[in-house]
Unconditional design. Sequence first.
Length: 108
Amino acid sequence: MKEIKAVIGTQKLASLHESLRAIPGFPGMTVAKAERYGRAGGTGGGRHTIREELTDHVARYRIEMVVPDESAGALFDAVVACLSSGAPGDSVVWITDVERASFVHKTR
């Protein structure tokens, strides 16, 4: 199994969700609010809130999916394709091995 994670701009969530739902084997995803800090300073559109103006933190979403090895490549490529805009600080996507996982409700 693989875990695909991404930190994305808030404006990309709907299009990412739509793109992934069209892929066979998409198991769903966990979405959490996050903040980003880095050299790139966010997407080229500038700061969007007073808080972002006063701090170096920019609102983002963190996406997580645990997927079978067979579908990991296609899902990873779809995430990268959907999020790519060429702007610095746009998004980051990575994939890691999952040694063991279990749905808790199925472990009786």
